[in-house]
Design a protein around this ligand. Structure first.
Ligand code: AMP
Ligand code: GLY
Length: 423
């Protein structure tokens, strides 16, 4: 098969790494890809939102499958345009992708289909939005409706902070993404990420992970896209998983098809494990980053048949995926200043070393400078991933590898996995 993979982060490097191991693969082209992915496939410098150029590339390479990594390509309608030219696409249409691209859509969808989630209301004007805060006590949860690169959620510790967030968002701080705000009940519990593949009608579970969203040790500091992950997530028991599948995944896949927007691709449910069971925090229309990295390290089955079955409506014929009976961890190395103002261009050495069969270093935000040296070119720069008999062993291997990478201008958390290890 010829496969076009869209995206350039650690998630896409992990997908490329797993796709490259497939017996089904003839040719892998990555657009735009990154220096790490260059060893696995051909790179083409096309942005994930340049739908016309991506469709032309898919036709040029006679792609049998296009795999969408990032949500911006979903929102741009890449799957819609590929459907017109008859090329199978792993990743939902823009309409089905509203499960991620519009929080207001998703909350209303959850209400229509009785999915367990936080109480909420949607506002376009500040005054009624502020009045609605009366129903709750601090902390308040204020969200911009649209895609805001993970920055559109404010958990406000005080009423004043909540009102300021409402003014900011409705005042244009996030452009069109903040034209509407969602205000919702604060849920308490531990968060976990559950993944399912869907083919428009059928869904199958595809692993779970937990991540650490705060920048610094002890879950302190600013929110980020994720500083590390591990899988499995022991807190998500088989019973909770089944509850989430029955109460969320199945009715969502059936419901969105019944509304005329069948969902194909990976559905990523951000769950809050509350005292009243698993509730939906949010949906994402793509793999998590860096959750995907640990799933790929643990996946024993060939990934490609699952991606193709999801794209072509044949998931019902697929067996449950097989997972290694091992734990996997991913530790993110970020550039100094991340998330506010990551420093670019600093030189990294030692990341290409051979760390043994259980350690893989994925590139998330790197580039080559004019001397061919590896340099930082993003906030989250490298993902050091490892497998082990248990989480403690995987973690020891990942941190040992990090110790051999020389990058003074980078930082990482030293406590990834602490919740599961403390249990
Ligand atoms: P989201 O982008 O919707 O996943 O929100 C980002 C983060 O904000 C989540 O991962 C949670 O940690 C937190 N969060 C969002 N909604 C709620 C809620 N209703 N209650 C508590 N925490 C929330
Ligand atoms: N790691 C969280 C996300 O991908 O949204």
């Amino acid at each position: 098969m010829n496969i076009l993979l869209v995206g350039s982060g650690g998630r896409e490097h992990a997908l490329a790494w797993k796709i490259a191991q497939s017996s089904k693969l003839t040719r892998l082209v990555c657009a735009p890809g990154n220096p790490g992915m260059a060893a696995l496939g051909e790179l083409r410098a096309i942005k994930p939102t340049d739908v016309a150029a991506l469709v032309a590339l898919a036709e040029e390479i006679e792609a049998d499958l296009v795999v969408i990594g990032p949500e911006v390509a979903v929102e741009a309608g890449l799957a819609d345009r590929l459907a017109v030219v008859g090329i199978p696409c792993f990743g939902p249409t823009a309409a089905a992708g509203r499960l991620e691209s519009s929080k207001a859509f998703t909350k209303a969808f959850a209400e229509r289909h009785h999915l367990p989630t936080a109480a909420f209301a949607v506002f376009e004007e500040p005054a009624p939005a502020k009045a609605y805060l009366d129903r709750f006590t601090a902390p308040y949860v204020i969200k911009a409706d649209g895609l805001a690169a993970g920055k559109g959620v404010v958990i406000a510790a005080s009423r004043a902070e909540a009102e300021a967030a409402i003014d900011d968002m409705l005042g244009g701080a996030f452009g069109g993404a903040g034209a509407r705000v969602v205000i919702e009940e604060f849920m308490t519990g531990e968060e976990v990420s559950l993944f399912a593949l869907a083919d428009g009608k059928t869904s199958i579970l595809f692993g779970a992970a937990q991540d650490h969203k705060r920048a610094y040790d002890g879950d302190k500091g600013p929110n980020t896209g994720g500083m590390g992950t591990y899988s499995p997530a022991p807190i998500l028991t088989p019973m909770l998983t089944e509850q989430a599948r029955l109460a969320l995944i199945e009715p969502t896949v059936k419901g969105i098809a019944a509304e005329g927007a069948p969902y194909r691709g990976v559905l990523y449910a951000g769950l809050m494990l509350t005292p009243a069971g698993a509730k939906l925090v949010e949906y994402n229309a793509r793999f998590g980053d860096p959750e995907c990295q640990v799933l790929m390290l643990r996946l024993k089955s060939d990934l490609v048949p699952y991606l193709l079955a999801s794209a072509t409506g044949n998931l019902a014929d697929m067996p449950e995926p097989a997972w290694r009976n091992e734990a996997a961890i991913c530790v993110v190395l970020a550039a100094e200043g991340y998330p506010e103002a990551p420093k670019a261009g600093t030189v990294i050495t030692g990341a290409d070393a051979d760390f043994g069969p259980d350690v893989v270093v994925f590139h998330a935000g790197t580039a080559r400078d004019d001397q061919g040296r590896l340099v930082a070119a993003g906030g989250r720069v490298l993902n050091v991933c490892a497998r082990g008999a248990d989480l403690a062993e995987a973690r020891a291997k990942a941190y040992a590898a990090i110790g051999q990478i020389d990058w003074p201008e980078g930082f990482h958390r030293t406590d990834i996995g602490w919740r599961a290890l403390a249990r």
